[in-house]
Ligand binder design. Structure first.
Ligand SMILES: [Zn+2]
Length: 457
């Protein structure tokens, strides 16, 4: 069954797209309707449904004999699709297009439309995953299909990695694929999500992601019966002291080239830009940044956020021990030892009798922005949107880091319409009434087609 032409026959379409853009939009709507909701449990997601949709979409491309596909299932229903369009030159790059198929859950009460309807209304496609990241996954598939149907095969491989479980951390998706099927996912460079927002007149492309180095603080007290508290030292009080300290003492800003690039692209006022480039005056300037202040705060330092607190088992026993879990987000290059040192410095005199336990995490990753792929992105964005590119660091993590860890340059791509500020993008991702406009899908597709031609022709 072909997906082609579906969008142009929809009665609600007001901003018509044609050709590959119409096909991408139809595919996006189909993927939204599959509702591959990942709640973090193994049984959720069931990405096999969207894999089937992609297989139908790519049937014509596969029939050319140039595209090899693998459906790889890490657990029942947790399928990823790898489609490799073979290039002719062994020394040419292999470009990976890494898109996930799963989406985060919704609170239907917060939505004005069916979150899994894939409605196309007034030039916008509605539904969970429209922005994160099914519009790109659909565009990736469309670009691969078009390249396979072109008269000449590409010089290098073009590889669609449509994966499960990004929203659950990738254990049933990219991590499993890299471990179990390294030959299937082998690429030399890659594009994924988290790019394309506007920063000033620039288009942001993600080149780095912060890491996670969670810690559990174990805090001891002196227990007793709660009916006679005299002489006891409740661990609950000590947890409170430590929390207060964590609220007052913050790790200092650490500014690098990506920070300077962000300030240069986004901040028009030269006096404000100067303050932001000074680690001492930076924090006092943050309130002037409006909706981007949180992002600016996060990417300019290692952050430490207390999340889970535990102390006490029973109402009438003064607790001997309490714990504080800290979500700590690191910068590229931060070592585990540095995190512990910094944490002890933040805790100051309280650190002495606190044990620090390491929780699971991952290192921050960064790809250089002087690669041929990055240059191809710059040329494509310039040609399609007449805008320069600014490399940015994301505060959160995505599947792209798994490729970066293997030494593969990977960039968070996208080319959204001019009114898509970083703030709007953040609101759209995982929020209520998630939707994307036809213009952004079309711009992204056009830029992708240019990048593929640039790298592989
Ligand atoms: Zn995503």
């Amino acid at each position: 069954m072909s997906e082609r032409g579906d969008a142009s026959s929809a009665p609600t379409l007001t901003a018509p797209a044609s050709g590959s853009a119409a096909d991408t939009i139809a595919l996006l709507r189909s993927l939204i309707r599959e509702a591959c909701v990942n709640d973090g449990s193994v049984a959720s997601g069931q990405e096999i449904r969207s894999v089937r949709v992609l297989q139908r979409f790519l049937a014509e491309a596969v029939a050319t004999g140039r595209v090899e596909t693998h459906v790889l299932e890490s657990a029942p229903g947790r399928a990823s699709l790898v489609a490799r369009l073979r290039g002719t030159a062994p020394d040419a790059p292999s470009l990976g297009l890494l898109g996930h198929l799963d989406v985060v859950p919704v609170d239907p009460d917060g939505w004005t439309r069916n979150p899994f309807g894939g409605d196309l209304i007034d030039g916008e496609i509605w539904g969970r995953g429209a922005v994160d990241m099914l519009y790109l996954t659909a565009a990736f598939a469309c670009v691969l299909r078009d390249a396979a149907l072109a008269p000449e095969p590409p010089r290098g491989d073009l590889v669609l990695l449509a994966v499960a479980d990004e929203e659950g951390g990738g254990e049933y998706g990219i991590h499993w694929l890299v471990r179990q099927h390294p030959e299937a996912v082998r690429v030399t460079e890659a594009l994924s999500e988290s790019g394309g927002m506007r920063m000033g007149r620039h288009v942001a492309i993600e080149v780095a992601e912060k890491g996670s180095a969670g810690r559990r603080l174990i805090i001891h007290g002196k227990p007793g019966h709660a009916s006679i508290p005299y002489g006891a030292k409740s661990a609950s009080y000590r947890v409170g002291e430590v929390l207060q300290r964590l609220g007052e003492v913050m790790p200092a800003a650490q500014l690098g080239p990506l920070w300077n690039a962000f300030v240069g692209a986004r901040i028009q006022d030269p006096a404000l830009a100067e303050r932001l480039r000074d680690p001492v005056r930076l924090d006092a300037a943050l309130p002037h940044l409006g909706g981007i202040a949180g992002y600016a705060h996060a990417v300019s330092r290692i952050t430490m956020s207390p999340t889970v607190l535990r102390a006490g088992m029973t109402h009438n026993v003064i607790p001997a021990m309490g714990t504080i879990d800290l979500d700590i987000r690191t910068l590229p290059g931060t070592t585990d030892a540095e995190v512990d040192r910094l944490l002890r410095a933040v805790l100051g005199p309280l650190a002495d009798d606190i044990e620090i336990e390491h929780l699971r995490g991952w290192a921050a990753t960064a790809s250089p922005s002087d690669t041929p792929l990055f240059a191809a992105i710059e040329r494509a964005v310039e040609a399609v949107a007449d805008a320069p590119v600014v490399p940015i660091m994301a505060a959160g993590g995505s599947d792209a880091r798994v490729l970066r860890e293997l030494g593969i340059p990977a960039y968070g791509f996208g080319l959204l319409g001019p009114e898509w500020s970083y703030e709007r993008y953040r609101e759209g991702v995982h929020g209520n009434d998630e939707r994307i406009d036809v213009e952004s899908v079309t711009l992204s597709l056009e830029a992708l087609q240019r990048i593929v031609a640039d790298r592989l022709r």
